[in-house]
Design a protein around this ligand. Structure first.
Ligand code: COA
Length: 409
C-alpha cells in the first residue's frame, strides 16, 4: 500500500528530541527522511546509554524509519554536498541553537535560491523578541509557556509534567506546519518558512489556563479546589480544569499509582451516590445539583475515596464504567509497557536494532486508513552514506573514499 507522504524527501537536520520527534512522524507517514549528522552524531546517541557502545534508547526511540548520513557542515566540501541535498529535497527541518544554520552559510535567502520549492522548518525556544537568541530545553519551555506555574499543588513549588509538551509537543506543531506548507506548495509551487517556538507550543497547550486568567477578573474560580485567589491562576492539584469536576481518588492497596481519576458529570451523581452507599444524597438538595456540590467538591471526592479505597483501580474502573462514568486509573510506566491493548493498537511496538537487539518503543498515534505505519529501526550513524552519496547523488566511489578520508562525511 502507498504512504501518505511517499515521494516527499526530508532533509533532517534535527537533534535531541523536539525536531527528531517531528521528523519521525513524517517518516511514519511515508516521507524519506535523511538525517544529516555531524561526524560525532546526534548527541543523544550517547546520552543516557543503558548498554555500552550502543545507540541509546533516547536516540532509537526518536529516530525510527529514518536514514542517516554524516556530513561535516563546517567544511567547504560538506557545504557543496549539502547544496546538492537541498536541491533534491522537499522539506528541511532543523532545531539547532539560534543562528546555527545561518552560521553554516545557509540563510533562508540562499536556500530559497537553491530550491524555490523547499519548505524550511525550524524549531527554536522562542519567537522574535527578548529571548530570540536563547537556547531552550523541555522544562525551560514548560517554565515559560504557562505549564509549570499551573502544575502542582497550591502549597508546593512549580512542577514539570512528565509529558514532553515542550519537545514532542512542539514537534507535533511543526508537523502540522510542514504538512500545511506541503498542501499550499501543491497550489503555488512555492516552498515557505515554517517556524515553531517551544514557548508558543506550550502556551497553546495551556490555552485553558489563559481562559481562567481572564475569568479571574469576574471573581474566584469556583471549580478550583483553592480557597483563596490572587490575580493569577493558581496551581490546582488534580482539579480537572474543565467544566466537570474531577479528582484522583485512592484505591486498594494504596501504592503510589493506586489511584483512579474520576469525573462527576451531572448524570453521574445518581449512580455514584448509589455505588458509594449514600443513595440518600442523590436527591438531597445539598448534593443533588452541580451547583450545590460546587462548594464541597473536596468532601464529594472524599466520600468517593472512602468507597474506592476498598477496591483496586481496575475494579473501580469497571464499576464506574458500568454506569458510563468517565474515569481513568493512573497507569504506571510498567503497566503501560505491558498493556496488551496498547500492543494490539501498535502503540507499544518491538523493533529489532542491529546492535542492541530488540527494543520497545512507542508507535505512531496518528492512524491513517490508507497509509499504514510499520515501525522500523533507527539508523546507525552514517549507515546510508553510500546509498545517498554514491547511488543517489552520483558521487564517484573514489571521491566518496576521499571524502571519508578527509573527514567530510
Ligand atoms: N557539521 C558540523 N557542525 C554541525 C553539524 C554538522 N553536521 N550539525 C551541527 N553542527 C554544529 C552547529 O553548526 C553548531 O555550531 P555553532 O554553534 O558553532 O554554530 C552546533 O553544532 C550545534 O549547536 P547547538 O544546536 O546550539 O547545540 P547545543 O548542544 O549547544 O544546544 C540546544 C542544544 C537543544 C539547547 C539547542 O540546539 C537549541 O536551543 N535548539 C533549539 C530549541 C530546541 O529544539 N530545544 C529542544 C531540544 S530537545
Amino acid at each position: 500500500m502507498s504512504k501518505a507522504l511517499e515521494g516527499v524527501r526530508v532533509l533532517d537536520m534535527t537533534h535531541v528530541q523536539s525536531g527528531p520527534s517531528a521528523t519521525q512522524i513524517l517518516a511514519w507517514l511515508g516521507a524519506d527522511v535523511i538525517k544529516v549528522e555531524a561526524l560525532t552524531g546526534d548527541i543523544t546517541r550517547k546520552q543516557l546509554r543503558d548498554i555500552p557502545d550502543v545507540d541509546s534508547l533516547y536516540f532509537t526511540m526518536l529516530n525510527c524509519n529514518k536514514r542517516s548520513v554524516t556530513l561535516n557542515m563546517k567544511s567547504a566540501e560538506g557545504k557543496k554536498i549539502f547544496t546538492e541535498l537541498v536541491r533534491k529535497s522537499d522539506v528541511m527541518v532543523e532545531n539547532f541553537g539560534p543562528g546555527a544554520v545561518d552560521r553554516m552559510g545557509f540563510t533562508w535567502d540562499l536556500l530559497q535560491e537553491l530550491n524555490p520549492g523547499l519548505i524550511y522548518a525550524s524549531i527554536k525556544g522562542f519567537g522574535d523578541g527578548p529571548y530570540t537568541h536563547y537556547k531552550a530545553y523541555e522544562v525551560v519551555a514548560q517554565a515559560m509557556g504557562g505549564s509549570m506555574s499551573t502544575t502542582g499543588f497550591e502549597d508546593g513549588p512549580p512542577v514539570a509534567t512528565g509529558a514532553q509538551i515542550g519537545d514532542s509537543g512542539t514537534g507535533i506543531h511543526a508537523v502540522a506546519g510542514i504538512l500545511a506548507a506541503l498542501v499550499q506548495r501543491g497550489q503555488t509551487g512555492k516552498g515557505q518558512r515554517v517556524t515553531v517556538a517551544m514557548q508558543h507550543a506550550v502556551l497553546n497547550l495551556c490555552r485553558v489556563k489563559l481562559r481562567d486568567q481572564q475569568r479571574l477578573a469576574h471573581g474566584p474560580l469556583a471549580e478550583y479546589p483553592n480557597k483563596e485567589f490572587s490575580n493569577e491562576v493558581p496551581r490546582s492539584g488534580n482539579a480537572s480544569g474543565g467544566g466537570q469536576p474531577g479528582w484522583a481518588v485512592k484505591c486498594k492497596p494504596g501504592g503510589p499509582n493506586d489511584y483512579i481519576y474520576v469525573i462527576v458529570q451531572p448524570p453521574g451523581w445518581a449512580p455514584i451516590s448509589a455505588l458509594i452507599g449514600r443513595p440518600e444524597l442523590t436527591d438531597d438538595p445539598e448534593w443533588a445539583t452541580p451547583e450545590a456540590r460546587l462548594n464541597k467538591l473536596d468532601k464529594m471526592f472524599q466520600l468517593i475515596e472512602e468507597w474506592s479505597i476498598n477496591y483496586d483501580k481496575w475494579d473501580v474502573l469497571a464499576k464506574l464504567n458500568a454506569h458510563n462514568i468517565p474515569c481513568g486509573p493512573i497507569l504506571s510506566t510498567e503497566e503501560l509497557i505491558e498493556d496488551s491493548s496498547l500492543v494490539e493498537n501498535d502503540m507499544i511496538v518491538t523493533v529489532d536494532h542491529p546492535e542492541r537487539g530488540a527494543f520497545t518503543t512507542v508507535g505512531c498515534p496518528i492512524k491513517l486508513s490508507d497509509s499504514p505505519v510499520a515501525v522500523e529501526t533507527s539508523p546507525l550513524l552514517g549507515e546510508h552514506n553510500e546509498d545517498v552519496y554514491v547511488r543517489e547523488l552520483g558521487i564517484a566511489p573514489d571521491r566518496f573514499a576521499e571524502l571519508q578520508k578527509n573527514g567530510v562525511i
